[in-house]
Design a protein around this ligand. Structure first.
Ligand SMILES: Cc1cc2nc3c(=O)[nH]c(=O)nc-3n(C[C@H](O)[C@H](O)[C@H](O)COP(=O)(O)OP(=O)(O)OC[C@H]3O[C@@H](n4cnc5c(N)ncnc54)[C@H](O)[C@@H]3O)c2cc1C
Length: 456
């Protein structure tokens, strides 16, 4: 065998697997194959001047490369079983939290010292939310910020690079089961290993599906979250963000009894585009450094859509809606809340005259032509509910960017070791459908690395 362990994907799942393997078994020969670039070469060409919109690079620097989709993220490591994935269903609640705390300690040692840990424990905001039909979920969150998150990744790469073989710009095209292990095939050749960790995240979702189909690994998919990203003056949410940084708030709509939730809150942050398999959606992040902060806060409002038989392609549904916004707006559409409520599109003039300066150059338009009524009604209800705990949320000038889609990878059938029915073939992180966040993906990496370290 060329390697004891091959890791496919250098996102948080892959990185923390490699980290723990090196720490526990420095004698093992480990390789990481990554479709994107190494960290220092990752650069999204959108500069707001020459390149204003996503040009659909072959490998999206936001989603791919060392650090994975998390590299330029806000670096919010949520330590909780309440959201961010269902790792606890496989490994137990206590162990999941222990591993998330362990990952947090590694981040602290590698540049994250001094970054604040926020917590919902004992906050009075919980009561205020409840009095207004909103539920604040429990969590502790370490906010590294995009800049410190980058420093942590740089340090982790420096720690790993001499003892782990990294192959960048090398996407694995197929997996073969061979005697005593696995062969990972790429365009320039192949490599064999005794055990293999697949951690390909959201950008690898289509490839993951093909691997499952080829190897007969069972997988199910029935959920997609669809919504908008809200951007408003940071002061409106400051009483929540100063205390909690990110508040995960859930609202149950009166009309359809759907759950709408806040997601990925970025105080003083910026709104960005995201390219998943050629479809442009919206996201956001924020920097820790004061000079890079903006006057605005952004967060997503998402409605979860679960489908039942006979429909199976929940991601396809989300993609179709995102495509509609791409078709109408050439990418992401932005609309003032006031315009949405009045049933008219936004235009450049109305946006420019508004109180909120957009941090993303999106096309002014009409989200009601894109989002299904049920989802849009839920979002509008939620904005009015949030207005009660953060007055000003429902102001006319509040900006809504669409669409934000949270694609869920199909949930792959893995056992309590996150191992498939093939011994030594592990599927972890967001690519497994088990995790949907930095801390859960990283924790899943540590978990399998510890198991492999004992097994080999
Ligand atoms: C803009 C943005 C902001 C975010 N902010 C947060 C946040 O603040 N907090 C949070 O918890 N989560 C956040 N997330 C989500 C978080 O980044 C992911 O949950 C996390 O990165 C998942 O880690 P992963 O290792 O499973 O997958 P990924 O990070 O997606 O990494 C997978 C890697 O595998 C590579 N790959 C894919 N296919 C192949 C292949 N065939 N061969 C080789 N390599 C392949 C990809 O190039 C990628 O680098 C954010 C995401 C985005 C896009």
């Amino acid at each position: 065998m060329d390697y004891d362990v091959i890791i496919i994907g250098a996102g948080p799942g892959g990185i923390y697997s490699a980290y723990e393997l090196k720490k526990m078994r420095s004698d093992l020969k480990v390789a990481v194959f990554e479709a994107g670039q190494e960290l220092k070469k990752r650069r999204c060409p959108i500069d707001g001047e020459k390149v204003k919109k996503c040009i659909g690079c072959k490998s999206c620097s936001i989603m791919s490369g060392f650090g994975g989709a998390g590299a330029f993220s806000d670096g919010k490591y949520n330590i909780t079983n309440d959201f961010g994935g269902t790792l606890y269903e496989h490994i137990g609640r206590t162990r999941a939290i222990e591993l998330m705390k362990y990952v947090d300690s590694i981040n602290i040692e590698n540049g994250g010292e001094g970054c604040k840990l926020y917590s919902t424990a004992g906050t009075t905001l919980k009561k205020t939310c409840m009095q207004n039909k909103l539920k604040l979920l429990d969590a502790s969150v370490r906010h590294l910020g995009t800049d410190i998150n980058y420093v942590v990744l740089e340090n982790l790469y420096n720690y790993l690079k001499d003892s782990v073989d990294f192959f960048f710009n090398t996407d694995i095209t197929s997996m073969e089961v061979i005697e005593g292990g696995y062969r990972a095939v790429h365009k320039k050749g192949s490599a064999t290993c005794r055990q293999c960790i697949i951690s390909v995240g959201r950008s690898g979702s289509k490839w993951m599906e093909s691997v499952c189909e080829k190897l007969g690994i069972k997988a199910k998919s029935n959920r997609v979250d669809i919504g908008v990203r809200v951007e408003l003056p940071a002061v409106i949410f400051s009483h929540l963000t100063d205390e909690l940084y990110e508040s995960k708030i859930v609202y149950r709509t009166e009309k359809f009894e759907d759950n709408v939730r806040t997601f990925c809150m970025n105080p003083h942050g910026i709104v960005v585009t995201e390219n998943t398999n050629g479809i442009i959606t919206v996201n956001g992040h924020s920097y820790e450094a004061a000079d890079k902060q903006t006057e605005n806060t952004n967060f997503a409002l998402l409605v979860a859509k679960h489908f039942s038989e006979p429909f199976k392609d929940s991601n396809g549904y989300g993609e179709s809606i995102a495509r509609l916004s791409n078709m109408l707006g050439g990418g992401v559409i932005v609309q003032r809340f006031g315009d949405l409520m009045r049933g008219r599109r936004s235009n450049e003039k109305r946006i420019a005259e508004g109180m909120v300066q957009p941090t993303l150059n999106a096309t002014p338009g009409d989200l009601s032509l894109v989002l299904p009524k049920r989802i849009l009604d839920g979002i509008m209800e939620m904005i009015h509910a949030l207005d009660k705990i953060a007055p000003g949320t429902a102001n006319d000038d509040t900006l809504l960017y669409g669409v934000e889609v949270k694609f869920y990878n199909m949930e792959v059938e893995v056992n309590e070791n996150l191992e498939t029915e093939y011994p030594g073939l592990y599927i972890i992180g967001d690519g497994s459908g088990v995790t949907h966040s930095l801390s859960h993906a990283s924790a899943s990496g540590v978990y399998v690395a510890r198991r492999i370290a004992q097994e080999i």
